[in-house]
Design a protein around this ligand. Sequence first.
Ligand code: PLP
Length: 406
Amino acid sequence: MNKQKIISRSKKLDNVRYEVRGAVAEEAESMTARGEKIIKLNIGNPCPFGFNAPESIKASLDASYIRSQGYSVSRGIYEARQAAADYFLRKGIEGVTADDVYTGNGVSELILLTMRALLNDGDEMLVPSPDYPLWTAAVNLTGGKAVHYICDESSDWFPDIDDIKKRITSRTRGIILINPNNPTGAVYPKQVLSQITDVCRENGLIIFSDEIYDRLLMDGEKHVSIASLCPDIFTVTMNGLSKSHMIPGFRCGFMAVSGDKSGAGEYIKALNTLASMRLCSNVLAQSLIADTLGSASPDPLYLPGGRMYEQREFMYSALNSVPGIKAIKPRAAFYIFPKIDLGLYKRISDDELLALSLLRNEHVLIVHGTGFNINSPDHFRITYLPEIPVLEESVIRIKRELDRWK
Ligand code: PLP
């Protein structure tokens, strides 16, 4: 007789959510399997929209696949780590060497690894709201407590420094920054970053900076790595090739520890242990870092006339022309995070229901704003990766759906 009982899940997942690929996205998969056509604006995956990796990636793969068959050392092959270190040095982060760098199966793996190595039950991490929700999920999964600080829509979505200060307690270990930000597309100016370093200095906080979109900038924005402003603060800076080189499927991320490491010996040991427990990250993907990181990234796409720039322009004005919708202009990456006027669309009280209804009625898949850890149900995230005719059609359908919620 089979004595198996109900298989309960770990309680560690009580506060873990990842709505970007949650229930609404699952419903979209079922609809697709039934042959229905969906406009998928939910994830930052450039490849289905006709974007391909640069030629340099193909050449590098051909050259590396024979020597990439074995495991590598856990932190990553030397050439990849040195190239990543050089990249961080070029961004002004002092003193980074290959020994400070770890490769990962995407930044995603490194997010989990760094949080797991740090947090004890009840330790608090300051996480932006809105955030890329893997950060909140990783903090909570590893026993920590994600404490959200406001990124202020009325100030171009920049972090609210007073709000950060208010949320610091004796349990706060560090702060997470996503810069450029997903979902808002904000790029933080040096002056805002300096204010954050001041707060960290005063309160002994570690900084984790997710900079995966730092090469996808528009409007002449210059990206400043926060670690370049604080050689005295222990900082972990993350980056990867998923977005800049259009190869998210290859799972290629890397990170560097920098700043004052005098008190970080135990933490670095823990990073090394966890890195060795996953043996190594994908070696073929690692081999791309040295060959491509210094070379041209697809910047022209982000200049006037370039595809991403023009799609951003289109989506920004198309969404803002919908009554009751207001979007701040994103300056980087490929997302926009508009606000819905709940005074006009009075029937909206649950934004996930709105996303589901949009999917079922209009076959457009978005991610509802509360999936990015904001409190009110009055935002949604769209990626503007599709070409303009598809974006145009999707805005018509969004408007039609919103009319049902007045
Ligand atoms: N960080 C941010 C801000 C992201 O938006 C994403 C993916 O969308 C990731 C990290 C994860 O990227 P990957 O695991 O592909 O490197």
